[in-house]
Design a protein around this ligand. Sequence first.
Ligand code: KG4
Ligand code: ZN
Length: 339
Amino acid sequence: MKDIYILAIESSCDETACSIVKNGREVLSNVISSQISIHAKFGGVVPEVASRKHVENITEVVEMALVEAKVTKEQVDAVAVTYGPGLVGALLVGLQFAKGYAFALGVPLIGVNHIEGHIAANYIQYKDLKPPFVSLVVSGGHTFVVHVKGYTDFEIMGETRDDAAGEAFDKVARAMGLGYPGGPKIDKIAKEGNKEAIKFPQARFQEESLDFSFSGLKSSVLNHINSERQRGNELNIPDISASFQHAVVSVLVKNAMKTIDMKGLDQIAVAGGVASNSSLREALLEKGRERNVKILFPDMILCTDNAAMIGSAAYFQYKEGEKFDSSLNADPGLTLGER
Ligand code: KG4
Ligand code: ZN
């Protein structure tokens, strides 16, 4: 069978990335130009700045991806690009570039859903992984527990009703003055804290619901911080971090395991930036051992935004014969499984 080379572009938030992926699972290059240091000064991503930086970086990032992969433009079989969800101005930069590139090369354009890309990172990490499995998608913008029925077939089992898990990490970190992005900072400092120190309330839904809610938790952490400050007490940042993180991790693990039971499956593939969280990794691995459920995590570099995951997802769409043309538009509110 002929090898398929996909040139994939990702620009949905604050990373300009390009990757060459062979046959959906082999990453020949994975170039990521991060804008984190620029946005950190503002305490979060500034959309207008992100778009401009993508414009400045994209040509060089794509050229580097081809050079590092030692692949010529003539070898590229398709150009893949994230078209949603994300920041509209940021998405449009990658999308317009990809459209022009595919047109110039005379190859198909494949529009990829960013959330599906996060899930596909697991196909790169685990070469034999095949659906069905459960995926827990936890990123800065999204929180889903999903039944992955096929490579391009998803059933959303539960999702957040308000903030995403990563967003809650970022907001709580900001309130404690830890800076942006907050997830890795809380993860690190929580190791020195006691997760039982403060009981933050968990959102409660009906028993059968697999949805999440993090805004109530976030508010109670913020209230705790404010009342400690008002009383003139010094904040115990490690304890607050550990207790907050424990509350988030518990509900993520609980809903992922419930989905395993409901669907009679035996593996959970975690995806998205929060999948790098060490406490989530430990808690899931422990439950997995107890329950004989295989727990899969991509390497950190594949968890946060990158284009290799987009190239992998695109490969399966290519195989399914999904067609996109130059009318493809950015869709900032695209949800999982939507085209
Ligand atoms: O998947 P991602 O790179 O971007 C989106 O698509 O949103 O996820 C970024 C999010 C940020 O909210 C960041 O704080 C969080 O992932 N994150 C973490 C960790 N590393 C990144 N959250 C908790 N623990 C971590 N170690
Ligand atoms: Zn992402």
